[in-house]
Design a protein around this ligand. Structure first.
Ligand code: GLN
Length: 316
C-alpha cells in the first residue's frame, strides 16, 4: 500500500474541496485563520512520516489538548479521577450545562468542556496555575520530541475574556464541590491548554503513544500502560467529537479527538498516529474537511479498530 500517494491525493482533494464549513469566530485569533488551509500528517508505527498540504503550519489545538491533560491527570491521581468525571458519551454540545444539574456536577466525560475543566482542576493540585500550565507544555513537548511547541498567549487571553460559558460551567461544578480551586485559577489552566499551538506533524508525533500501546516508539519509554492507552482510545472513539461522535466513528472507525481550531488527532492502533487540520467546522463544531479526509484515509487504507490492519475489502 502506498501511503505517501494516498496522503498526497487526499491533501489535493481537500485543497480543492468546495464545502469547507465555517471557521470558529468566537475569538479574533481563530476567526482570522484562512479557510483554505488543509494539513495532514500520518506517522507510522515504524516512524515513517507522510505529510500533505499545510502539515507544518501551527494552529490552535483547542480541545485536542483534552487528550493530553487527561493522560496527565490519570498519571497524577489514577482511577480516582473517575469519581469526579464520567465515562459516557454526552450526546450534547461541547459546552452544554444541561446534564450537570441532574448529574450533581459530575461531567459525563473528560472531553466535554465541563469534564476537561475538572481535569484541569486535578492538574492544578494545589499549585499555582503557572506550574500546571508549564507541566502540560513540558509533557506535550516531550511526547512530540519538539521543544519549539508553544502556547499562544493571545488565544489564552481571548478565551479568558470571552469564556462566559466556561466560567458558568466551572462555577456550577464548584457549587457541587467538584472543583477544588477557585474558578479563575482552574480556568487559567484550561484556557492555556486550549491555546497550545501545534502543527499536524507535532500533533501526530505527540499522539504516537496512543497507537503504540502507551509507549513512545521513538524512545521506547512508557508514557502510560497499554491498558490505559486502550482506554483513552475508547474514550476518544465514544466522546471525542461530542454529539457528533457516533457519526465520526461510523465514518472512520477510528478513535479521534477534535478541536474547534479545526484539528483532529486520530489513532489507528498499532498502525499510525494521524493529525489533520482544516479550520472550517461543521454545525457540531468539528472540522468538516478533517473528518472527510480521515474518512477517505480509512477507506483507502482499510484502517479501522474494527478490522485488523490490511486492505479495505468492501464499502458501505
Ligand atoms: N476553548 C474552547 C472552549 O472552551 C474549546 C472548545 C473546543 O475545541 N471544542 O470553548
Amino acid at each position: 500500500m502506498d501511503i505517501a500517494s494516498i496522503v498526497d491525493d487526499i491533501a489535493a482533494e481537500m485543497k480543492a474541496a468546495p464545502h469547507r464549513g465555517r471557521v470558529a469566530d468566537y475569538i479574533p485569533p481563530l476567526a482570522c485563520v484562512p479557510i483554505d488551509r488543509f494539513g495532514m500528517a500520518v506517522i507510522m508505527a515504524d516512524g515513517t512520516c507522510h505529510l500533505g498540504g499545510d502539515a507544518e503550519e501551527p494552529f490552535s489545538i483547542q480541545s485536542i489538548s483534552k487528550v493530553f491533560s487527561l493522560t496527565l491527570a490519570l498519571g497524577a491521581v489514577g482511577d480516582a479521577l473517575w469519581q469526579r468525571v464520567g465515562r459516557e458519551p454526552s450526546g450534547s454540545a461541547f459546552n452544554s450545562i444541561i446534564q450537570l444539574e441532574t448529574e450533581h456536577g459530575i461531567p459525563r466525560n473528560p472531553f466535554i468542556n465541563a469534564g476537561a475543566i475538572v481535569v484541569a482542576d486535578v492538574l492544578l493540585g494545589g499549585n499555582e496555575p503557572g506550574s500546571a500550565i508549564a507541566g502540560i507544555l513540558r509533557f506535550v513537548r516531550t511526547l512530540a520530541g519538539d521543544e519549539t511547541i508553544s502556547i499562544d498567549e493571545s488565544v489564552a487571553e481571548a478565551e479568558h475574556r470571552t469564556g462566559f460559558r466556561n466560567f458558568a460551567l466551572a462555577s456550577y461544578m464548584r457549587s457541587f464541590g467538584n472543583l477544588l480551586h477557585p474558578v479563575d485559577q482552574t480556568l487559567r489552566v484550561y484556557f492555556h491548554q486550549c491555546a497550545l499551538s501545534m502543527s499536524c506533524v507535532q500533533l501526530a508525533l505527540a499522539g504516537r503513544y496512543l497507537m503504540a500501546e502507551g509507549r513512545n516508539p521513538a524512545t521506547g519509554l512508557s508514557v502510560v500502560s497499554p491498558q490505559r492507552a486502550r482506554r483513552i482510545n475508547a474514550l476518544m472513539m465514544l466522546c471525542g467529537h461530542y454529539d457528533n461522535s457516533g457519526e465520526f466513528a461510523f465514518r472512520t472507525g477510528l478513535p479521534g479527538k477534535s478541536g474547534v481550531g479545526g484539528g483532529i488527532l486520530a489513532v489507528a492502533p498499532g498502525v499510525a498516529s494521524i493529525a489533520v487540520w482544516s479550520p472550517g467546522l461543521n454545525e457540531k463544531g468539528n472540522s468538516q474537511l478533517g473528518a472527510l479526509a480521515l474518512e477517505r484515509l480509512a477507506a483507502r487504507t482499510g484502517w479501522s479498530v474494527f478490522q485488523p490492519a490490511g486492505p479495505s475489502t468492501s464499502s458501505g
